[in-house]
Design a protein around this ligand. Structure first.
Ligand SMILES: [Zn+2]
Ligand SMILES: [Zn+2]
Length: 387
């Protein structure tokens, strides 16, 4: 496997950065320690510009090549952790109760730092590599916050690339696909009001538990009976809260869940059907329903030419037989989708081996993947900016 030589030499150093970040997880936009450490390193490497505070706590490093011409390519990593209590015995386990790097963003940040170190050192390209470290990927739309703060225009970024580790995919392998690769995710909150009362006299009340149960069932008919079977969609109601006592019909109930799809058309359709079912079902039972439907991350769509390019870069590092360029889309979501709405680019998966799954309390980013992921970034920059 042709790992870039100098990257192999950096393996121990990048691993140490990764483990330090792992031991100090921070949530959402509150990634002050991580962002400060990233900014310090980028300055020490000799980035031409290091800008902090983009999208509140995002950090950007600008690296200009030493050849003439070329374009501006953005390489993005995420820095935030999750509100999970870590259940490992690692020497570098989380030192913060209730927080852990369970999605591998510690690895993503460390690998992009490693690439920045290499690229500032060598500058063997034309144009500009912009390394982007974003906060709040986990539900906080940190990518959108950085875009709203002018990230793409300010640095003249023309193309964007992102990478995520993938448990279950062997270390040394990559996976990617053209077009929709990850789902849009919208949130559903349904507040029901019925008529509470004694459990022994249901005929005097309107039972929000029964109405809620009917709604949960009816919502499942949308994907099963309304969406084209060849299109992807999922609706999951994951919270159903009602009542305190076993002899009281509750006046109020709340249902919460998520609706996901891989196209804007299906996305819009799901919202319409959810509304009809919630309002119609509540009405049929004499209850009142308030639906709060909030749009979340958009569908992540990989642009065709950049996807082929990223797959070619991955192939050079891992061998073409280790790159699956026709990976199945997932119904998980990623806020890198916002960047791909603004600029052509691609998002690629990096094998994390047989580890616990993402967001699992025993998950750990696989340090064996560091040279592969870091080599991917540096070769991607050098090849995209070949001049
Ligand atoms: Zn995650
Ligand atoms: Zn993640």
């Amino acid at each position: 496997m042709p790992i870039v030589n100098r990257i192999a030499d950096l393996h121990a150093e990048i691993t140490a950065w990764r483990r330090d970040i792992h031991a100090h997880p921070e949530l959402q936009y509150d990634v002050h320690r991580t962002a400060a450490s990233v900014a310090d390193k980028l300055k020490a490497f000799g980035c031409d510009e290091v800008v902090t505070g983009i999208g509140r706590t995002g950090v950007v490093g600008v690296i200009r090549g030493r050849k003439q011409g070329g374009k501006v390519v953005g390489l993005r990593a995420d820095m935030d952790a999750l509100p999970i209590e870590e259940e490992t015995n690692l020497a570098y386990r989380s030192t913060v109760p209730g927080k852990m790097h369970a999605c591998g963003h510690d690895g993503h940040t460390a690998m992009l730092l490693g690439a920045a170190k290499y690229l500032t050192d060598t500058r063997n390209f034309a144009g500009t590599a912009v390394v982007i470290f974003q906060p709040a990927e986990e539900g906080g739309a940190g990518a959108r916050a950085m875009i709203r703060d002018g990230l793409l225009d300010r640095f003249g970024i023309q193309e964007v690339f992102g990478m995520h580790n993938y448990p279950g995919l062997p270390v040394g392998e990559f996976a990617i696909r053209t077009g929709p690769m990850m789902a849009s995710t919208d949130s559903i909150v349904i507040d029901l009001e019925g008529v509470g009362g004694h459990a022994a006299w249901p005929h005097f009340g309107v039972d929000t538990v029964l109405v809620g149960a009917q709604i949960v069932n009816q919502l499942q008919s949308i994907v099963a009976r309304n969406v084209d079977p060849l299109q992807a969609a999922v609706i999951s109601i994951c919270v159903f809260q009602a009542g305190q006592a076993e002899n009281v019909i509750p006046q109020h109930a709340q249902l919460r869940g998520t609706a996901r799809s891989l196209t804007p058309e299906v996305r819009e359709f799901l919202e319409k059907r959810v509304r009809v079912i919630v309002e119609g079902t509540a009405h049929a039972y004499g209850a009142k329903a308030k639906l709060t439907y909030k749009t979340g991350y958009p569908v992540l769509v990989n642009e065709e030419r950049r996807t082929a390019f990223a797959a070619a870069v991955a192939g050079e590092i891992a061998g073409t037989d280790k790159v699956n360029a026709d990976w199945m889309p997932l119904m998980g979501a990623e806020d890198f989708a916002y960047m791909l709405q603004e600029r052509p680019g691609a998002f690629i998966y990096l094998g994390n081996g047989r580890t616990a799954g993402l967001h699992h309390p025993a998950y750990d980013f696989n340090d064996e993947a560091i040279p592969i992921g870091t080599s991917f970034w540096v070769r991607l920059a050098e090849m995209a900016l070949a001049g």
